[in-house]
Design a binder for this molecule. Structure first.
Ligand SMILES: Nc1nc2c(ncn2[C@@H]2O[C@H](COP(=O)(O)OP(=O)(O)O)[C@@H](O)[C@H]2O)c(=O)[nH]1
Ligand SMILES: [Mg+2]
Length: 267
């Protein structure tokens, strides 16, 4: 099964564009699929759009009455996915602002099943790119990715901040069993959770891969919901927590020699 996770905040304009494309791609893949959306206290018509879509699609809605932020939404989405998933399943997390084209899903799924635990749709892989991104935003994003590569080096990885990824279901179940509520620990710090998951999965031995991807920011309705200052603060907090010499994430977990493939956690 393919499980698609969509965090949604005020996406009434993008959802009617994205969902038909998603349905087309997933149906063509020819295996069962399920879409789980977290409507995180949207104040527009997102809930109505989702309820309408759920009459024709295998779509489940997790509804937060108040806006809790991306971290809490992503935690709820991954916990739900780990309840639904069976070994061999692939979990796809993507934005629902219509900048992540579903056409990449088959390549991501194939790559996960071939030899990876996490596959990232990468603007920086040969053949990747971005359309409609302002020079300022491209520069900031480039700087953020250089910072991440420096502080959290993962061999072969160039794209750290794109949320369009595929995950082997087993590693998500192991990560939730191992970290518990701390799989997504930095919940109140904007979009930091996107980086945190990569690093936490790396610490338990995940194998990573990238597939080239073109970000379609030219299709974006409205502006980004990322609060740059909170997310930047989150990256700095994470660098300290990770490298802290007395019990930082890296030292503490490495000392336990965790490799998720070698453990007997329930799956
Ligand atoms: N659940 C939830 N989703 C959010 C929140 N803020 C943004 N999102 C969603 O997270 C994804 C990324 O946000 P987006 O505005 O696309 O950021 P950008 O890609 O950096 O421009 C989109 O699918 C948004 O709808 C939030 O507070 N809660
Ligand atoms: Mg986006």
């Amino acid at each position: 099964m393919i499980i698609v996770l969509l965090p949604a905040y005020n996406e009434e304009e993008s959802l009617p564009r994205l969902l038909p494309k998603l349905q087309h791609t997933l149906t063509a893949l020819g295996e069962p699929y399920r879409i789980v959306v977290c409507n995180d206290g949207s104040r527009d018509g997102t809930q109505e759009q989702l309820e309408r879509a759920s009459t024709t699609l295998p779509l489940e809605i997790i509804r937060h009455r108040i806006n809790r932020g991306l971290g809490e939404s992503v935690r709820d989405l991954f916990e739900r996915a780990s309840e639904l998933a069976e070994p061999g399943d692939v979990i796809i997390r993507m934005d629902c602002d219509d900048t992540h084209e579903p056409e990449y899903i088959p390549t991501i799924v194939a790559r996960v099943r071939a030899d990876c635990d996490v596959v990232i749709a990468s603007r920086f892989a040969p053949g990747g790119g971005q359309l409609g991104v302002s020079a300022y935003r491209a520069f900031i994003s480039q700087c953020a990715n250089i910072f991440m590569r420096l502080f959290f080096p993962i061999p072969g990885l160039r794209e750290y901040s794109c949320g369009f990824r595929g995950y082997r279901a087993e590693i998500i179940r192991h990560a939730i069993a191992f970290y518990g509520n701390n799989f997504v620990q930095l919940k109140g710090l904007g979009f930091t959770c996107t980086l945190e998951k990569l690093v936490k999965l790396r610490l338990i031995g995940a194998r990573f891969g990238e597939v080239p991807f073109v970000l379609r920011y030219d299709q974006k309705q409205g502006s980004s919901k990322m609060v740059g200052s909170t997310t930047t603060l989150g990256y700095l907090v994470m660098a300290v927590l990770y490298h802290w010499p007395w019990g930082g994430w890296r030292g503490a977990i490495r000392r336990k020699h965790v490799d998720w493939r070698m453990t007997n956690d329930p799956i």
